[in-house]
Write a protein of this length. Structure first.
Lengths: 894, 117
């Protein structure tokens, strides 16, 4: 019993005075005199009391600290002992939680790295993007702003300073020594450089006078490119290089790590054409600036709203339905400028957190079964004076042990996954913004803290909830039952409900997940076609000098242009085929897997067929090693205007005729609206296999889409896919030479994304392997957890009936009948769960969520079977022990 | 002596308390009475000062206080020696004996003439 220190001292003193007084009385003093003498002997009580009280208070505090330490260390040891004592339960909980924590912490880290990233020169996010956006209900514009609007804002805006603009262009870089590289150039206003506050390593940055049309063209390059392409030579300043057709003088080198605006290493001055400056010009640049000191994003919004209204009134023809808007710079180029998409991303984080919650609740059910068997121990501890909070704290720390182990494992998994991801980014052609270096995908202290918090929450659910339930019961009852073995909490109905729920969730959710993992893995393990090994792919970009002629990207090519592109492309193909190391070249409107979707009507077919259509060269199928299944291939005559031959793939044929002959069948593209004139008829002249899936990098796990091929000729499109067959060896060794060839045909021709077909294929399928591996990890942990949960609950319920079984056996019941009774009940519980799960899955399918695909249903029987086997196995052990109980023992328990 | 020279005699009081408690648990009053008798009333003065000494010794974890019942059935706080206290007592007692022996021998001896050496 602890008292107030002062009270405690007074009590002690009280006894002292009483004793001394009694002594004096015994020696013959009067009571009054004795009391006075006793007090006198004590001396200055006030001073003593003060000294003692503070000493006692200090001692109490120290004692409290010691107890706390002793108690929690004891709990940790108990927790470790429990962990080792129940290896099965520990393993199941740790695996389940480690997977959930890995996903939760990994997602958190990735989101933090992406969303919470900032420009190195703008840590508080004051650099913004201004762009025009169509008013609700109006057709979209594409992103960015027009030069016209940019120049207007630059002269008007007060709340945003250092307004600048950039455009990204793809250019052939041709050095003095004749080396050719395809590069991405930022055409940027000179104001970008003072905004970043970054000085060049050598030379100068772009200056406002460089933007003048008459100024000599200059180029600023990045540090890495300087080292890589110009040998880090300081003499690079003053060198001239060609960007497509224009000579540029290199005037500066920016420091390492500088990549503004997004991830750029080449900068030229932005020089708008007269056409760009008209009010009707479409968006062509990205506009950025810094919010003026002392003002807020909200101030900028208000000012832009006023400017937007004024422009809409002044230029109704072009600006009536568009308004400028200001948004975060970093979010714009990560693709999360929309507040809703950011919300969605953060929402998923919450959802991912829920996964851990589900896992933790499952583990807590398991732990509860164990805690239930320890109700006797808990009751005894309580009776011996342990407070409820003390018992709960102990169970919490016990739960913290596996949770912390799980968090450590989970972080390990994240670290490995991030290493894969960093390698993937580095080897990928996809560029991420320069302010998010690949190294930033790593385990930071914040991530560790987050994982620790997850572990803490899990431990609360796992340890505290069962503990509260277990200790909330009447301790007396627990104590009374303690004498009877196997006694504990009575939970018959709850237990049954939990078993049914557990099975139902597993049966409803797992087949769909298994289907996705299996399909993803199938895609990830797909082999590329042997014919693809010597192939290189690229997109031939012929749009280079169009803007110079005042044309915009979306405009259809004129007849003159078609003739020009056709001639250039034909010349390029001839030159490429003449190269040593190249055996053949083919082309298509799009590379397989990137075709456009269209609807096809067929004669005598009930419904239109969703089809991917492509125009291909006559030697296309030969080069890809595709053999016709029926009919003939394309001839030169099929590529002429008015030709009607098409070749379909077997998926199309299957959909059109269900396996019957399709040669000679007539098909045409469906009209957009019934009022449109019908499109011309084509005739199917050949059938090819669904070969695309062994050529194109995988993009999905869905079933094959029907495909249709027309014969194409050079010049049909501005950006055809080019496929180059090499003479063996690594095809990538030729890329540099092939670029030089294309530039020698015309400086604006670009072989974009020139890469080995197999390399590209492998890169694409690796993603599927990682994703399916992740899904598989989640499925395994869920299956393991629910199996363990069912096992625990089942064996617990049967164990509780052990005495009853023993007595029934003693009274002469047939062992077989007893067993049938037990297994019957177990089967009924699991059966109910399977039925409920099937019902939920069927309802989801009926609601139109195609989560099962075509093969998903085959996973129902194995999942249901696993549940039954687990349930029966769980019932078996306790049932056998029940039957083995001696009748006398069973009765004595009673 | 307890009152004025408490600081000087701190060590002495602690040693006496340790001595008493080495014979078994006792409450504050009992300790005070024992010191009085054992020292032939030489050290019997303000008893209040005994308590800060006791509390300090608790803090040093030489002794431990526990509430119990006295001979005449009253609630009293009993002090007992801890392991640390036992060790401390053994050390202090032997140290004191050596010191006091040396001092009394020195005090009672005849002072030799300086020139004799």
């Amino acid at each position: 019993v602890t008292k107030d220190p002062r009270q405690e001292f007074d009590d002690e003193l009280q006894f002292h005075i009483e004793q001394r007084t009694r002594d004096y009385i015994a020696k013959g003093m009067t009571p009054e005199a004795a009391r006075a003498a006793a007090a006198e002997r004590l001396g200055d009580v006030g001073r003593v009391r003060q000294a003692c009280t503070s000493l006692l208070a200090a001692e109490r505090a120290a004692e409290g600290r010691r107890t706390m330490l002793r108690v929690s260390w004891l709990d940790v040891r108990l927790g470790l002992r429990m962990f080792a004592k129940h290896p099965g339960l520990s393993l199941v909980s740790v695996i389940g939680m480690a997977v959930a924590i890995a996903i939760g912490a990994g997602y958190f880290a990735a989101v933090r790295t992406m969303l919470d990233s900032s420009l190195p020169f703008d840590r508080d996010g004051r650099v913004v993007v201004v762009r025009t956006r169509a008013l609700a209900g109006q057709p979209g514009l594409g992103s960015g702003a027009s030069m016209h609007d940019f120049e207007d804002w630059r002269s008007e805006l007060k709340s945003i300073r250092d307004l600048g603009a950039f455009r990204e262009d793809s250019r052939n870089l041709i050095t003095e020594r004749g080396q050719t590289y395809l590069i991405s150039v930022a055409s940027v206003t000179a104001s970008a450089f003072p905004l970043t506050g970054v000085a060049p390593v050598i030379g100068r940055t772009l200056l406002p006078e460089d933007e003048r049309a008459a100024a000599p063209p200059v180029l600023v390059i990045g540090y890495d490119e300087w080292q890589r392409r110009f040998d880090g030579d300081a003499g690079v300043l003053g060198q001239t290089v060609r960007l497509d057709e224009t000579q540029h003088t290199i005037v500066g080198v920016m420091p390492q790590g500088f990549g503004f605006p997004i991830n750029h290493a080449y900068w030229v001055a932005l020089r708008p054409t007269a056409a760009d400056r008209t009010a009707a010009a479409p968006p062509s640049v990205n506009v950025f600036g810094r919010i003026a000191p002392g003002l807020s994003l909200q101030d900028a919004r208000s000012e832009l709203a006023i400017i937007g209204e004024r422009m809409a009134a002044a230029l109704p023809e072009t600006h009536k339905d568009v308004r400028p808007q200001v948004q975060s710079y970093t979010h714009t180029f990560i693709g999360t400028e929309d507040p809703q998409s950011e919300l969605a991303i953060r929402g998923i984080q919450f959802g991912v957190g829920l996964l851990l919650l589900i896992v933790a609740v499952n583990v807590s059910i398991l732990v509860y079964a164990r805690t239930a068997t320890r109700s006797g121990e808990i009751a005894v501890r309580t009776a011996l004076g342990a407070s409820r909070s003390r018992v709960v704290a102990q169970l919490f720390v016990e739960a913290l042990v596996p949770a912390v182990i799980s968090a450590a494992l989970g972080l390990g998994v994240v670290a490995v996954a991030f290493r894969w991801f960093r390698d993937y980014i580095r080897s990928s052609s996809d560029r991420i913004p320069y302010w998010i270096p690949p190294e930033s995908f790593s385990i930071t202290p914040a991530v560790v803290l987050y994982a620790a918090a997850l572990a803490g929450v899990a431990a609360v659910i796992i340890g505290v909830l069962p503990a509260l339930k277990a200790t909330g019961r009447r301790v007396q009852a627990g104590l009374q039952q303690f004498s009877a073995r196997g006694a504990g909490m009575q939970l018959g109905r709850t237990w049954t409900a939990l078993i049914v729920l557990q099975v139902a969730v597993a049966v409803a959710a797992l087949p769909a997940a298994l289907y996705n993992a299996e399909s993803g893995f199938r895609v990830g393990m797909r082999r590329p076609s042997p014919a693809a090994a010597p192939l290189l792919r690229a997109t031939l970009d012929m749009s280079g000098d169009r803007s110079a002629s005042g044309k915009r990207d979306g405009d259809p090519p004129s007849a003159r242009e078609v003739a020009l592109f056709s001639a250039r492309m034909t010349a390029l193909i001839q030159r490429l085929e003449a190269e040593p190391g190249v055996s053949a070249v083919t082309y298509a409107d799009q590379f397989p897997g990137e075709e456009r979707l269209g609807m096809i009507d067929a004669d005598a077919a009930p419904a239109a067929i969703r089809t991917l259509a492509n125009g291909v060269a006559t030697n296309f199928f030969d080069l890809l090693g595709v053999h016709l299944l029926a009919g003939r291939g394309f001839t030169a005559a099929d590529a002429t205007a008015g030709a009607s031959a098409v070749i379909v793939d077997e998926t199309f044929a299957q959909e059109l005729a269900g396996g019957a002959n399709v040669l000679g069948r007539r098909i045409r593209f469906a009209s957009r609206t019934p009022a449109d004139a019908p499109n011309p008829w084509y005739e199917i002249v050949g059938v090819v296999p669904a070969f695309v899936y062994s050529i194109a990098p995988p993009v999905g796990i869905g079933s094959p889409t029907p495909r249709l091929y027309r014969a194409a000729k050079p010049g049909d499109t501005l950006r055809p896919a080019i496929i180059i067959q090499t003479n063996g060896g690594d095809p990538n060794r030729l890329t540099q030479r092939l670029r030089e060839v294309s530039v020698s045909v015309h400086p604006t021709l670009k072989l974009d994304g020139l890469i080995g077909v197999v390399q590209d294929f492998d890169h694409g399928r690796a993603v599927f392997r990682y994703i399916s591996l992740g899904i598989l990890a989640v499925i395994s942990s869920v299956l393991l957890l629910s199996a363990a949960g069912i096992y625990a609950m089942m064996s617990f319920t049967v164990a509780k009936r052990r005495r009853e079984i023993g007595i029934r056996a003693a009274l002469g019941a047939d062992a077989r009948r007893v067993l049938i009774g037990i297994f019957g009940r177990a089967s009924a519980q699991i059966g109910a769960g399977v039925a409920a799960g099937l019902g939920v899955a069927a309802a989801l399918q009926w609601l139109g969520t195609d989560i099962m695909g075509r093969r998903g249903f085959i996973f129902f029987p194995p999942v249901a079977a696993i549940m039954f086997v687990v349930g029966v196995l769980a019932a078996l052990g306790p049932a056998r022990r029940g039957l083995a109980v001696q009748p006398t023992e069973a009765l004595r328990d009673e | 002596v307890f009152s004025k020279d408490a600081a000087v005699l701190q060590g002495t009081i602690e040693l006496l308390i340790l001595k008493r408690l080495s014979a078994g648990p006792m409450h504050g009053y009992g300790i005070a009475s024992w010191i009085e008798t054992a020292t032939d009333d030489v050290l019997s003065v303000e008893e209040g000062s005994l308590y800060p000494a006791l509390y300090r010794m608790v803090q040093k974890r030489w002794i431990k206080g526990e509430w119990g019942l006295s001979e005449n059935n009253r609630r009293a706080k009993f002090y007992r020696l801890t392991r640390t206290g036992e060790r401390e007592f053994a050390e202090q007692a032997s140290g004191w004996l050596r010191l006091s022996h040396a001092v009394s021998r020195a005090v009672s001896a005849t002072v030799a003439d300086r020139g004799a050496r």
